[in-house]
Structures are given as C-alpha cells and as structure tokens.
Design a protein around this ligand. Structure first.
Ligand code: C2E
Ligand code: CA
Ligand code: CA
Ligand code: CA
Length: 275
C-alpha cells in the first residue's frame, strides 16, 4: 500500500509539473504568436431548416510553428487564468468584423458571425466600447456580429454584466446565451435576461443518463424559448437522427459536425459560394 501511495503521488507530481511547464510555455509564447498572426479564425456554419448556412461561429485555432494546429482546449483556460484572454478575443473579434466588412463590400449576402466572449473579458476590456468601436471602424451592421456568452460567465457579476449586454443590445448587437442548460441556474436566469438566442449543446442530451427525460427537457427548452421570444440554435448536431428529432421538436437552427466542422475562412467561403 505504501508503495502504491508513493508511486501515485509521484505520478500526481509528474502531471502537475507537466501542466505547469505547459502553462508557462503557452503564456511565454503567447504575445509573440499573436504578433506573428499564428492565431487564426476558423468558421463553423450555422444552418437553417433547409440546410442553408445563414452564418457562422468564429472559433480560434493556434497554428503553432512546431506543434501544428492547436485546439482552443489547449490554451483558452490557461490564457483566461493568466488574464491574457482579452488580447486574443479582441484580435478574433476584429478578424470577424474585418471579414463582415469584406462580405458586405462584396455583397456576399447576410451572413453573420458569432464571436465568443470570455467572462474575464468583462474585467479587462471595455466590452461595450470595443464592440461599438469595431462597428464604427469597419462600418458594419451590429446585428451581423452576434455575441456569445455562457451563462456561467454572466453569473460572476450578473448585474454589471447584464447592464453591459443590455447596452450592447440597444446598440443593435444580438446576444446569444452559449451552452444553455449546462449551468446551474439556467431557468432562473431567463427571468432577468433578454437574450436574442439560446444556444443548446447536444452534449446536454448525450450526457443525460435518462434519454427520455433528456429529450423532454430539450423539447421543453425549445418551447419555452419560443414563448419568451428567443430563437434557439442547437449545436453539436452530429447525426441525421438528431437533426430530425430536433426539427420535430421545433428547433430551426443548427450547428455541428453533421453539417461541417469548423474550417478555415477560405474553405467556408468556397463551400458556401461567398466572395
Ligand atoms: P463553444 O463556444 O461551446 O464552441 C463549440 C465547440 O464545439 C467548438 O469546439 C466546436 O468545434 C465544437 N463542435 C461543433 N460541432 C460539434 C459536434 O457536432 N460535435 C462535437 N463533439 N463538437 C462540436 P472548439 O473549437 O474546440 O472550441 C472549444 C471551446 O473553446 C469553445 O466552446 C469556446 O468556449 C472556446 N473558444 C473557442 N474559440 C474561442 C475564442 O475565440 N475566444 C474564447 N474566449 N473562447 C473560445
Ligand atoms: Ca460558443
Ligand atoms: Ca457552446
Ligand atoms: Ca463550451
């Protein structure tokens, strides 16, 4: 027993050490990588009932010179903890605005782009100032830029963050609640928030121990959102079966591998005949 205890401790130490080395590496390389444009915006289509893309979500990737394409799972948490995420987010928001301006100029059609906002962003940047500034700089329509925020992110300083979101909405931005249902106070929150879109993750159903119950809850959320005047998009749609189930339940917008993985902007434009 004693030996096991020590070897598992050693293993634990080893993992901790590896993690802290990884953290320091990410943080140490971040500024240079940002300057060298190693962070790239990928787009994943959001599609309607007819299977037509009406917009996309911007998802960041790190094209690392030695490590290849890094998923956000590798670096987002670390950058959040280090108080650096706002620099990356500002960069991606600007890329999205720039792209929207280009599409507008080329009359590419009314595709919006949804961008992610981290809870930490609210503390380190003036979110209102940043987004309204981008709209002015790139002369785009604010409703073309959708702002995705998780309910957990909102909870941290609910009153203040709600007020900022409200002002952004008044300016014309669309607010999307990301990962809806994954937090602990989803329903309670709906009383106080007037989001434009609820985004439900299919993972919610995949993880559910009781599928029948999970389906009932999913359907109820879709009905509820409709009653409250919100649109619903389901993400993480991977199969035809899921799609037809969601359609039956009244969901009209989807995102997921079934349609497309997140792809480089060029590929997105080519696939949907933009530009
Ligand atoms: P998220 O905002 O919930 O984004 C959805 C994630 O689900 C993306 O992972 C997407 O690639 C993945 N996904 C889409 N369809 C499917 C599907 O059918 N099946 C499965 N299993 N997964 C699917 P990704 O790109 O790895 O991003 C992970 C998370 O990293 C995002 O979750 C978001 O929280 C964060 N993130 C990504 N880009 C940014 C960014 O620019 N800024 C910030 N602050 N966070 C970001
Ligand atoms: Ca998102
Ligand atoms: Ca999500
Ligand atoms: Ca998420």
């Amino acid at each position: 027993i004693k030996n096991d205890y020590h070897s598992s401790l050693a293993y634990y130490d080893d993992e901790l050490l590896k993690r802290s080395i990884e953290e320091r590496r990410i943080i140490g390389e971040f500024e240079r990588a940002l300057e060298q444009n190693e962070f790239v915006m990928f787009l994943q289509p959001q599609v309607d009932e007819a299977g037509k893309a009406y917009g996309a979500e911007a998802l960041v990737r790190w094209e690392h010179p030695e490590r290849g394409l890094l998923s956000p799972a590798v670096f987002i948490d670390i950058l959040e903890k280090a108080g650096l995420i706002y620099k990356l987010d500002r960069y991606i928001w600007e890329k999205a605005a720039e792209k929207l301006a280009e599409w507008k100029k080329n009359n590419a059609g009314a595709y919006h782009i949804s961008v992610n906002i981290s809870t930490k962003d609210f503390y380190l940047v003036d979110v209102y100032e940043t987004f309204t500034g981008l709209v002015q700089k790139y002369e785009i329509d604010p409703e073309m830029l959708k702002l995705e925020i998780t309910e957990t992110a909102l909870m941290s300083d609910f009153k203040k963050n709600m007020e900022i979101l409200k002002r952004l909405q008044d300016f014309g931005f669309k607010i999307e609640i990301d990962d809806f249902g994954s937090g602990y106070s989803s329903l309670n929150m709906l009383k106080d928030i007037s989001a434009d879109v609820l985004k439900i993750d299919m993972g919610f159903l995949r993880a559910s121990e009781n599928e029948v119950k999970g389906k009932d809850i999913l359907e109820s959320i879709i009905v509820l959102a409709d009653k409250l005047g919100m649109e619903v998009i389901t993400e993480g749609v991977e199969t035809e079966k899921q799609l037809s189930m969601l359609t039956r339940m009244g969901c009209k917008m989807f995102q997921g591998y079934y349609f497309s993985r997140p792809v480089p902007v060029d590929e997105f434009e080519e696939k949907y005949g933009i530009n």
